[in-house]
Design a protein around this ligand. Structure first.
Ligand code: B12
Length: 367
């Protein structure tokens, strides 16, 4: 098995990061013909894969069609925000997903080629050439990045997290409640227990499902059991209310909501009053919620790089209409896209504890 060594990934990221932002006419052209490009790229990859491995193609065509379209969403984000290096990490995910379905790196290369050909065939130079440049760099590195099995991101579980995970997997709610209760009764801060014990379990459950180490039933049951615990932690309330109100939501398009549910529990345990909006809703509705609930802090979650332009758009609008609100981003894409988000936000935060600490400090400092 070839492992994508950190050095090779770093080399590709560095090559991509060195690219200059795209000229405005190239961005405008891409935007204008994007729908057409998706169809063309999907057709190209279909032809290449049908010729190469007809059986595999027949079995996986829905998946490949979907990824060809999502690759377009990713490109739109990467182009608009000059986030070229994100193509490296995202391609690792794609290659993993391909490998998990028995599709080799050559199939992924044909997807990238499909996009190169679609762009070159539709958008004339110099715009077309500027748009394909990052894809050509990526293409050269695909063999280096290819893995036979998806890379397993390490999850660190200490003894307490390990014990909780076992209770969650055994569907032993009473035992998981007792374990959490004993940590909290011993004086541990709920938000810290969330960051160091509960969240690592959630990430491990996600990783096991993703790597086929656990079935969808078990994953759902364990994730629901975590949500049950999260509700309990938040519901315990705080010793003293902070007198601060937070709004917590996913950016438009974003369906990965569990991080926000955990954040809500953590903020409540620190005395925040919280309104949670859950998964994706359109920007206009988010803005309506801001007007209606009047939060002092607005926490937004973004997991997929493709949703970063929507994140920037919401942030810009909040800044314009409600400059007094403190705005924070979290979630994996927020960290990849931190350079694009930072000018529009008060902070990009990694943990629940950091989210609370940074926001409370800014708001109380102002009061
Ligand atoms: C569960 C899951 C789903 C569920 C989500 C259900 C739900 N109720 O949330 C469903 C089925 C809806 C889903 C859908 C999709 N998913 Co999904 N999903 C996952 C999975 C397995 C777990 C995610 C999770 O909840 N983890 C637990 C949380 C708590 O961890 P976290 O997200 O890292 O968040 C942490 C911090 O970032 C923080 N946080 C998050 N937000 C915020 C915000 C603030 C302010 C703060 C302070 C902190 C914070 O909280 C956590 C604390 O450590 C991951 C794989 C994985 N191992 O992560 C894939 C994964 C994220 N999904 C992925 C994909 C591709 C998709 C789909 C596109 C699949 C498809 N073809 O439909 C769709 C996209 C949907 C959309 N439009 O958003 C990819 C993303 C890869 C990539 N980089 O592109 C992953 C990595 C799987 C994979 N390898 O392919 N998914």
């Amino acid at each position: 098995m070839i492992d994508p060594s950190a050095a090779r990934l770093a080399a590709l990221s560095a090559d991509l990061a060195a690219l200059p932002p795209l000229p405005a006419p190239a961005l405008a052209e891409f935007k204008r013909v994007r729908g057409h490009l998706v169809n063309l790229a999907a057709e190209r990859v279909a032809v290449a894969m049908r010729n190469g491995d007809p059986e595999r193609w027949a079995a996986q065509r829905t998946f490949v069609d979907d990824l060809a379209a999502r690759f377009g969403d990713l490109l739109a984000s990467v182009y608009a925000l000059a986030l070229f290096s994100a193509l490296a990490t995202e391609s690792l995910w794609h290659l993993s997903a391909f490998a998990a379905r028995g599709l080799h790196a050559g199939a992924y290369r044909s997807l990238v080629d499909g996009w190169v050909m679609a762009i070159q065939g539709t958008i004339k130079p110099p715009e077309g050439a500027a748009l394909v440049l990052p894809l050509e760099i990526l293409r050269r590195h695909i063999a280096d990045l290819a893995v036979e099995r998806p890379p397993r991101l390490p999850t660190h579980l200490d003894a307490e997290a390990q014990a909780l995970l076992e209770h969650l997997l055994a569907q032993d709610r009473a035992a998981s409640r007792r374990l959490l209760g004993s940590l909290l009764d011993a004086g541990r801060r709920p938000i810290e227990v969330l960051d160091t014990v509960v969240m690592p379990c959630l990430r491990e459950i996600g990783a096991r499902w993703q790597h086929d180490e656990m079935g969808v039933v078990e994953e759902h049951a364990a994730s629901e059991a975590v949500q049950y615990l999260l509700a309990q932690i938040g519901g315990r309330g705080a010793a003293s209310p902070l007198g601060l109100r937070a709004l917590v939501a996913c950016v438009p398009g974003e369906e990965h909501v569990l991080g926000t549910t955990a954040l809500v529990a953590g903020l409540e345990s620190e005395g925040w009053e919280v309104v949670q909006l859950g998964r994706s809703m359109p920007q206009a509705e988010l803005m309506r919620a801001v007007g209606k609930y009047g939060p002092q802090a607005f926490f937004l979650s973004v997991t997929l790089v493709a949703h970063l332009p929507a994140a920037v758009a919401v942030a810009t609008e909040v800044r314009r209409l409600h400059p007094e609100i403190r705005l924070f981003f979290g979630g994996s894409a927020a960290h990849l896209g931190r350079d694009a988000l930072r000018p529009h936000a008060d902070g990009i935060v990694a943990t629940l504890t950091e989210a609370h600490a940074v926001a409370a400090k800014l708001l109380r400092g102002r009061a």
